[in-house]
Design a protein around this ligand. Structure first.
Ligand code: ZN
Length: 243
């Protein structure tokens, strides 16, 4: 092999070394991008439970407002009855007396309708309180699950971030050892091909896209006169047994 050939072989060896690191860098970066999605579904559910809880709180409040109005109404009606009762002794004729008695009966009937509404209202308040308590417990459970998942993801992200830093510093050490023209060609493919810039030839096929390689390509590879790429996927090829 010529000196130039030996030189290219050394370059390819370095690129293979770099590829091992770059594969991990790409994997770590992908994991960092995908990690938040792990708690996204839980977050959406947690938020929707909170909205439901708010709805139940509002419902209870509005029932309580109606109850207050009914209680006020009841008080007014009781006062009216008391006034009418007190006025009975002041009436002079039997006709007036009978008319007032009828009025009092009507007032009492009105009052019992309000009382009935209040009783039903108590049941409504009870039911609304119960639903609210149940939903509160559910929200608490979701909050716990969400926080636990979020913490786990945050911890994972920190660990992956550390590993990524280590790999990036290893890369910074090795990359300058590769000839700039070889490096830029490799990095171009690396970027376009999801972190796989240089691939092994396996059984006459490209290790990246598995296209069958011609004898001519294999012969070219053995010469180490120039960098050889796969015609199909453009990844740089190398013969593992040769290195
Ligand atoms: Zn290929």
């Amino acid at each position: 092999m010529t000196v130039a050939g030996q030189n290219l072989k050394d370059q390819i060896r370095k690129l293979v070394e770099l590829q091992v690191i770059d594969e991990e860098i790409f994997r770590f970066k992908r994991e960092l991008r995908e990690k938040p999605a792990e708690f996204e579904a839980l977050k959406v559910e947690f938020e929707s439970k909170k909205v439901k809880l708010k709805g139940l709180e509002d419902k209870l409040k509005s029932i309580q407002v109606v109850m207050k109005e009914l209680e006020l109404d009841l008080k007014v009606k009781e006062e009216g009855i008391a006034r009418a009762d007190a006025s009975l002794s002041l009436l002079k004729t039997n006709k007036e007396y009978q008319a007032r008695l009828l009025e009092i009966e009507n007032l009492k009937a009105d009052k019992s309708i309000v009382e009935e509404k209040i009783l039903l209202g108590y049941d409504e308040v009870d039911a609304a309180r119960k639903s609210l308590e149940t939903e509160k417990a559910t929200v608490l459970q979701y909050e716990k699950e969400f926080n636990a998942k979020k913490k786990q993801v945050d911890d994972d992200v920190a660990v992956i971030g550390d590993r990524l830093k280590v790999k990036e510093s290893q890369r910074t050490h090795i990359a300058p050892q590769v000839r700039p023209d070889c490096l830029s060609r490799y990095e171009r493919v690396l970027k376009n091909k999801d972190g796989l810039g240089i691939v092994k030839v396996v059984d006459h096929t490209c290790g990246g896209c598995f296209m069958h390689l011609t004898e001519q390509v294999l012969n070219e590879l053995k010469k180490y006169e120039q960098i050889i790429s796969c015609d199909m996927c453009a990844r740089i090829l190398y013969l593992a047994d040769d290195l």
